[in-house]
Design a binder for this molecule. Structure first.
Ligand SMILES: Cc1cc2nc3c(=O)[nH]c(=O)nc-3n(C[C@H](O)[C@H](O)[C@H](O)COP(=O)(O)O)c2cc1C
Length: 174
């Protein structure tokens, strides 16, 4: 059971590509969106594609779990914001709750960022990437993943966004 977490970046519009790749590789997939990412995705289409509702909010206290438990999680495109909050142990969205707990549960965790070079140059970003890597998260940057784009030019990279590298990385961790 693979959870694909997606954040509020233009890459989220294409997260169905990763769903498709993962399903072809034999995974059962659920999509979790950050609340802000719901503005970028077609929840109905992803629900149809996966067979599970897209979740973006914590359930009501006492309500049953809607989704089966994850055995692995990919975050793609992982936003600057969610990467920094994940590393800092912030858990104020369902996505971050799953990701922060995922470290403690020892789940295979892969992050494929989608951010620009100005965001990546902020000192918090390197710190967050290092902390996540130390905690066992495979963060895919540079040749092995995503090279931050020139600000305002991210859409040019979307057709070549390396969803396949995220899937290969999670399979290598299995
Ligand atoms: C049109 C648009 C494009 C954006 N592109 C990016 C992006 O490529 N990478 C990024 O990290 N944030 C991007 N942002 C900013 C995030 O949406 C913002 O930081 C948001 O708070 C992230 O929330 P989340 O991490 O909970 O998904 C973009 C915002 C908008 C409105």
């Amino acid at each position: 059971m693979l959870y694909i977490v997606t954040c509020a970046t233009p890459a989220a519009r294409h997260v169905g590509t990763l769903v498709d790749l993962a399903q072809r590789a034999g995974w059962t997939v659920c999509v979790i969106a950050t609340p802000s990412a719901t503005r970028f995705i077609d929840e109905a289409a992803l629900g149809k594609q996966t067979g599970y509702p897209v979740r973006s909010e914590y359930k009501q206290p006492g309500a049953p779990d809607v989704l089966p438990a994850a055995t692995a999680i990919i975050v793609g495109g992982a936003s600057f914001n969610t990467i920094n909050k994940w590393a800092a142990g912030i858990s104020d969205t369902l996505a971050l709750g799953l990701l922060t707990e995922g470290i403690g549960l020892g789940l295979p965790l892969v992050a494929l960022p989608f951010l620009n070079a100005a965001q990546a140059a902020h000192p918090a970003f390197d710190r967050s990437v290092q902390e996540l890597r130390q905690a066992g998260v495979k963060v895919l940057l540079g040749d092995k993943g995503y090279t931050p784009h020139t600000p305002h030019q991210g859409s040019k990279n979307l057709p070549h966004y390396p969803w396949d590298k995220a899937l290969k990385a999670i399979e290598a961790l299995r």
